[in-house]
Design a protein around this ligand. Structure first.
Ligand code: B4P
Length: 190
């Protein structure tokens, strides 16, 4: 089973590259951002709570996000593997994911970390904001806050996977195709 964490700051290309990896390896896509946006669109209790954080560019509380993931894994028990996109975003989420997977005799194979400089992230997100309709992509201050949240709370997750020898940095600047090839190579040279 091929279980991959696709990691990196907001706008680094996680969603973009996930689509291509899914098509190539037949994996199930678990994007916490997409799940949360669907909850908001359906105006569920969870969505209403998450929206307050997402609109500010803050992370949604761990217990809310962790609770969403186990049920998604269980709904896809015959999957060939999963891409975890945008999850884990804190070390508490990373530890919870390991526990959840171990209980199901599964584990993470590697963490692919897309590395992109801040100025490029801001440019990409503002550009996506022109068409995405996402309020968190349209305001430079909110984007700054998302990057700050990443640096403070999410970047430490790298150390968690480094300690397990699963961290693989990938240059996230360049053509989408070249970056995809680098990701595939990292997966296949395991
Ligand atoms: P996410 O939905 O995960 O969104 P993201 O990080 O903004 O985007 P992603 O990284 O997937 O976008 P991509 O680069 O592909 O999170 C949104 C919010 O949800 C968070 O702020 C948080 O509030 C909440 N949340 C989600 N998960 C959570 C968790 N686990 N815990 C707590 N809170 C959570 O695309 C960006 C743009 O770049 C696109 O326009 C794309 O076309 C472009 N692009 C991609 N690759 C490119 C390249 N190589 N060159 C040029 N442009 C490129």
């Amino acid at each position: 089973m091929l279980n991959i964490v696709l990691f990196g700051p907001p706008g680094c290309g996680k969603g973009t590259q996930s689509e291509k990896l899914i098509a190539k390896y037949g994996l199930v896509h678990l994007s916490t951002g997409d799940i949360l946006r669907a909850e908001i669109a359906n105006q569920t209790q969870l969505g209403l709570e998450a929206k307050q954080y997402m609109d500010k560019g803050a992370l949604v509380p761990d217990e809310v996000v962790i609770g969403m993931i186990a049920s998604k894994i269980d709904a896809n028990r015959d999957a060939q593997g999963f891409i975890f996109d945008g999850f884990p975003r804190t070390t508490a989420q990373a530890a919870a994911l390991d526990k959840m997977l171990a209980e199901r005799n599964m584990q993470i194979k590697c963490m692919l970390s897309l590395e992109v400089p801040k100025e490029e992230l801001i440019k990409r997100l503002l550009n996506r904001g022109l068409t995405s309709g996402r309020s968190d992509d349209q305001n430079p201050e909110i984007i700054e806050n998302r990057i700050k949240e990443y640096n403070q709370k999410t970047a430490p997750v790298i150390e968690y996977y480094k300690a397990q020898n699963k961290y693989k940095p990938i240059n996230g600047v360049g053509s989408i195709e070249d970056i995809f090839m680098a990701l595939c190579q990292a997966i296949e040279t395991e």
